[in-house]
Ligand binder design. Sequence first.
Ligand code: CS2
Length: 487
Amino acid sequence: TSPATSPGEHTGFDMKRLSNGNLAAVTAGVATPGYDRNTLKPGILHLGLGAFHRAHQAVYTDTAIARSGGDWGIIGVSMRSDRVTQQLAPQDGLYSVLSENQNLRELRVIGCLQRVLAAPRSPAAVTGLLADPAIRVVTLTVTEKGYCLGEDGWTLARALPSVKQDLADPQLATTAIGVLARGLAQRYHSGGAPINVISCDNLGENSARLRAVLLQYMASAFAEAVDWVENEVAFPCSMVDRIVPATTEAGLQRQAALIGLQDAGAVATEPFCQWIIEDKLATDVPDWAAAGAQFVNDIRPYEEIKLRLLNASHSSIALAGLLAGKETVADVMADPTMAGEITELMSRELLPALTAPEGFDLFTYRDQLLERFSNPCLQHRCAQIATDSTEKIRQRWLGTLMAQAGDTLLLRSLARWCFWVLETDLPIDDPRAETLLALRAKPSPDSERLAAALACVGITPRQNGLDEHRLQCLREHIAGLQRAGHS
Ligand code: CS2
């Protein structure tokens, strides 16, 4: 850990911008790449170049190269906008990561991002890279909805307009699935060099699900390459963990003052970092283990613990915070009543529903989580976590919720979600927003609206979701929120 740096006399306006040429000008104490970045060659293609990738997988690769060698350059692909390219291309792919909590502050510049591309602008370049034998690893952070999963979580959602459009003209595909399929088909035609495709999103059995939908898509669009993908391409699942809030303008200014250079690609995060990867690789990879990553045979228990404890309580905190007018997760945790409810939810409901792998102490993990959520340095907005809740609730809550009986705190969290989407005028940012907003506006009987909302998170009578007693409890919680006068 480097010592904390002080802003000194830097004020911002006359500051130069981080780049290869200016790297030596960073404030003393800010760590810079511990290797010669000119020797890197493209070896990893990353899809979804958001803050999370920059503060997680890229950091592991950067550390692995510094500690253990290798020439693993990352080509980062933004799936939608040009914004990230504009932030990072003028900086030669360099950006800084600030990790901090009450006791620690570390600043470093990451050097392994070699090049950035925007998929909509450069589709042929992305396809060419996916076909290039030098690229041996594809990682993805495209969020839950990026996998175009149907209701059962394993089938391609062919009814989605984006999927329909991609299947109608696969050469112009824009979804992550379509882009990946096109590139892998071309790789097959160019000799079929081995490759690993690693999902780094918060989904149980993430890469296995990715493989399933990709194969279904390819059976329709590139049938000739299906056997090769099925038999030769490796899809190791991975569990990723680091809290990385979206960067804000104020955060950028603060970070510029700390490193002594403007940095449009800056990310701020916590010191904690974890990556567990299923040990089934098709090629060499960076020595991520040297950077602290763990390779295991059975990843499912780790994924389940992370999703059903960390992410589940994160979503509960976010929804409670949203309705109580709290801006951030740390604000919720600073409220003793709210923090008490979260602690109880974790201890009494989420934790007992889990089975820990040998040597893993769930109580220590819970305590660590409570501390991480309380980190006042992270400006992690409740509204950010509440985004895409219909996708997240399926992964995070359903398993526990369905195993419960009677009234529970998790049911109360579900009531908060129902109340938010049906009874308030707070904004909804969700792939099912259109349906939810229509329900919100609809003067139909309450029980119908509620059932339709629950179907959006995968709770349907057909799946034997909630019995009449639990539905009654849910309605009472919603009525309670109404009486409390949230709006
Ligand atoms: C969060 C996650 O935004 C969210 O939904 O719950 O991004 C969370 O911060 C990470 O999974 C932590 O590893």
